[in-house]
Design a protein around this ligand. Sequence first.
Ligand code: FES
Length: 93
Amino acid sequence: MNDPLATKPVIAKCEPSVIDVEADRLYSWCTCGFSQSQPFCDTAHRGRSTMKSLKLMFDKPQKVRFCQCKQTSTPPFCDRTHETLGEDDCNNK
Ligand code: FES
């Protein structure tokens, strides 16, 4: 029997990924946490989660702190919510 599809994200890492993004390039941020290409989507949500990636572009090059804990209230940006997560949630992440 298949597992039910996840409706909430899993924690990929308890720290942001800081990336220099390019202007006018399409980025696909992982919302479910299953991707092995954090912080971006590798389509691992398919068949495992009801969540889909968040697509976005930037109008100028800049340094972006992408959330990897997937608990941010300002997706895809880190809002430091990861600092409030417990050790059990963050061990080895
Ligand atoms: S990594 Fe998720 S809020 Fe910072």
